[in-house]
Write a protein that binds this ligand. Sequence first.
Ligand code: PLP
Length: 451
Amino acid sequence: MTELLDDVIAQTTDAIRAHELDRAHVFHSWSAQQLIDPMVVTRAEGAYLWDGQENKFLDFTSQLVFTNLGHQHPRIVRAIQDQAAKLCTIAPAFANDARSEAARLIASHTPGDLDHVFFTNGGADANEHAVRMARLHTGRHKVLSTYRSYHGGTQLAVNMTGDPRRWPSDHGSTGTVHFFGPFLYRSPFHATTEEDECQRALEHLEQVIAFEGPQTIAALILESIPGTAGIMIPPPGYLKGVRELCDRHGIVLIADEVMAGFGRTGTWFAIEHGDVVPDLLTFAKGVNSGYVPLGGVAISDAIYSTFAERAYPGGLTYSGHPLACAAAVATIRVMEEDGVVEHSARLGEEVYGPALRDLADKHEWIGDVRGIGSFWAIELVSDRQTREPLAPYGGSSPQMNAILAAAKGRGLLPFANFNRIHVVPPINIAESDARIGLSMLDDALADASFA
Ligand code: PLP
């Protein structure tokens, strides 16, 4: 008993110290440094994590939507340990079994002929390299990307991003041009049906291409299902229409699958829902559940051949790091052997979809429910008719803060962005835990009762 008490006291003291040191020395991303109060996490397992006071939380965020197989998966941990004992690191110019096997497994699941893998450290650098490849392949310079998107925090990636995080770093001379993708709930084209939204979005894109000059456009990058910007499923036919426009004008199509890839949407890659093969596909996050940083670009035969006898001018010191690749091999094998992608799809159809639609019946301020697989969002509005969002653009409202505080108070960590709550738990979560989280969300919405 005394030992247990000693452990708890030691852990609390460690947590307090970690928090103090963090506030003194750690500079946090996307934050006003003195306005944040980061939670100290002392341990985590599966879909749960614990703070410094031993409070337990159900992690419905998968962190930044990357712990697809949850925390501390024993097979991934063991693979990293085994690889560390064997060979911790080796530069990209060498071949290594973990790297080769990771590339083979990734290529076996990407669609079409995307059989060659360039490894990066994460998603933003994967997108930067994909664009460089497209520019060198086509000899053109412009890149088209959608307004409602997030492509990463490095310079070009943030320029391609549509959301307001781009504004402070965008000097307008980067060769990136934005267009509107389809989003029926807040249609930029005033459409009222999915069919119309699709057609008008494609006509708009065709005009943008014509006015920008197709001969200047190297690539079009899009998230196959946009994530951070609101989990917006493209209407049937849209991705095929984009593929067709890219083909007609010799534009490289880059599918950003950094968030939506590796089972998140109930297929290996979200682009499969549109039955389209891109020229380049970027990935990160779910490839190894984020246990060691890893991202990459899967490359088609045609683009690969551009660099068959001409050097690709780019690389990263830690490209294809063995520890990260060993984690990827273990992750992909677990996904294959345990039917995790099918599980993710089933949860979407039988659990998240029905439960979130039930919540919308109960809570007046849920304006829209969207999603597929383990990738869902509820959009909160002050008025269902006008669809007035609960938060000002780019900000967060007192009501949103009240809901988040209520959820946390009940032991749920939800992913909030603008006026939305994204339901994005680990994709291998037990159905019972998924249902517990949804019921906590229900209670949190009732607790906040700001209507
Ligand atoms: N692309 C998409 C679709 C993302 O969601 C993200 C991150 O959330 C990125 C790129 C950037 O990835 P990273 O933060 O690993 O650079």
